[in-house]
Every structure is written in structure tokens, then in C-alpha cells.
Design a protein around this ligand. Structure first.
Ligand code: HEM
Length: 214
């Protein structure tokens, strides 16, 4: 984190001296020079937001792609369907996300007393939300343990919801559709070549290795 912060500090200094170098709409430029009610982000806020954006957008997407490959290897019938019908990629990405959500848990802190499904949650209570559980809720999804790349509707919650719904959801969906669509076309004969290794974390679902033969 220290090295990362130093690197960002240099980048921010450079960009301050050369405003506009990143081009219109560039994220770092917007964070440095953007103002709300005349106020800009402090140095600490800038660095933390850069780190947050990179983490939020990088690890999750990496896991989404790895999880998708692993699911295709584990479900050859679904893989064949996708090969035969490339347009399935749109619903396929939603199903990849539903079945193996890169973020399995969410956290909330009740800022006031709330009633939720008949339960009173007292202000100050920490709440752990199971995104993975919600994504396999039998009241919402038919046959939730089954992988169906054509599943519609698919109200998966991998990007959470409400005020803090994932800022990058649209980008992540496009990334999933482009990357997995191309992967399937380019490596139609992909097969497992040894056991895949899960990250083994409760919060993040992803793999450290998925050996394949293409
Ligand atoms: C498959 C990929 C992704 C998944 C599964 C994912 C998942 C999530 C989830 C569950 C949240 C809500 C966290 C919470 O409220 O507790 C979230 C928030 C967020 N995500 Fe993503 N994300 C992904 C990709 C991205 C990308 C590509 C970016 C940016 C380039 C991004 C930026 C953010 C940001 C900034 C927030 C905070 C939004 C807020 O609090 O207002 N995410 N993401």
C-alpha cells in the first residue's frame, strides 16, 4: 500500500503540473480537478479513491473471468450451447455472475432502527449480507443450483443494489461479454488440464490457477 500510494502521489503531482494530459473524461483528471460545492478531494481522499477504484474494478473482473472459464469446464453441455449460439453470451454473463459471484459477502451498518422482513434491526448493528446466498434463493430462481446460460429473468445481485450499486456494473458486463465471447470462439476445444485452485477466501470467490489445454 505504501509503494502504491507513493506511485499514485507521483502520478498526481505530474498530472497537476500537466492538466488535461490524460484527455477529456480521464478518471485521474476528474478526481484531481473535479469540484463539488467548490471543494476538491484532499490528497488522502484522492489516493484512497484511486486505490479503491483500481481494486474494485480489477480483482472482481479478474475473478469473474476466471470463474466463467471454470464454469464452462465444469458444465460441458452449457459450453456446447454457448459455442453453438454465441448470442447467448449476454445471459451467460449474468449466469456466470449469479452462480459464482466474485464478491460473496457485503457489509452494512444500520444507521437507524429498521424493520426488515419482520425483524427489528437496532441502530449500530453490523449486518453481513450473503450475495452468494441471495443469488441461489429458491424463491427467486428456478432450480438455483443448476447452471443455465440462457436463464431469463436473472435477477442476480452480484453488483449489489440501492444507493451503492456497483459503479462499474455496465463496464464489467461489457468486459465479461467481450472477453468470454472471444475466449469461447478462440479456444473452442478448451479442456481442464489438472485441478483448479480456489482462492479459498470467504469474501472473494475466484481462482489462483485453472490449468487448461487449448
Ligand atoms: C464483475 C465485476 C464486478 C463485481 C462483481 C462488482 C461488485 C460490486 C459490489 C457487490 C459492490 C457493492 C459493494 C457494497 O455496496 O457493499 C460494488 C461497488 C462498487 N464497484 Fe463494483 N464490481 C465489479 C466491477 C467493477 C468495476 C469494473 C468498477 C470500476 C471500474 C467497479 C467500481 C465500483 C465502485 C466505485 C463501487 C462503490 C459504489 C458506491 O459505493 O457507491 N466495480 N461492486
Amino acid at each position: 500500500m505504501t509503494e502504491f500510494s507513493d506511485l499514485l502521489r507521483d502520478l498526481i503531482d505530474h498530472r497537476r503540473k500537466h492538466p488535461g494530459e490524460g484527455g477529456q473524461g480521464e478518471v485521474l483528471d476528474s478526481l484531481i480537478f473535479g469540484e463539488v460545492d467548490g471543494r476538491r478531494l484532499s490528497e488522502d481522499e484522492l489516493i484512497q479513491n484511486c486505490i479503491f477504484l483500481l481494486n474494485a474494478g480489477h480483482e472482481t473482473t479478474t475473478s469473474m473471468l476466471g470463474n466463467s472459464v471454470a464454469m464452462l469446464l465444469d458444465h460441458p453441455d452449457q459450453h456446447r450451447n454457448l459455442l453453438a449460439e454465441p448470442a447467448l453470451i449476454t445471459t451467460a454473463v449474468e449466469e456466470f455472475l449469479r452462480y459464482q459471484s466474485p464478491l460473496q459477502l457485503g457489509n452494512r451498518l444500520a444507521s437507524e432502527d429498521v424493520m426488515l422482513s419482520g425483524e427489528k434491526i437496532v441502530a449500530g448493528t453490523y449486518i453481513h449480507l450473503s450475495i452468494a446466498g441471495a443469488n441461489r434463493d429458491p424463491d427467486v430462481f428456478d432450480d438455483p443450483e443448476n447452471v443455465d446460460l440462457g436463464r431469463t429473468p436473472n435477477r442476480q445481485l452480484s453488483f449489489a443494489g440501492g444507493h451503492h450499486v456497483c459503479l462499474g456494473a455496465t463496464l464489467a458486463r461489457i468486459e465479461g461479454q467481450v472477453a468470454m465471447g472471444r475466449f469461447v470462439r478462440r479456444f473452442p476445444n478448451v479442456q481442464a488440464d489438472g485441478p483448479a485452485e480456489l482462492l479459498g477466501l470467504a469474501r472473494f470467490r475466484g481462482y489462483t490457477a485453472i490449468p487448461v489445454r487449448v
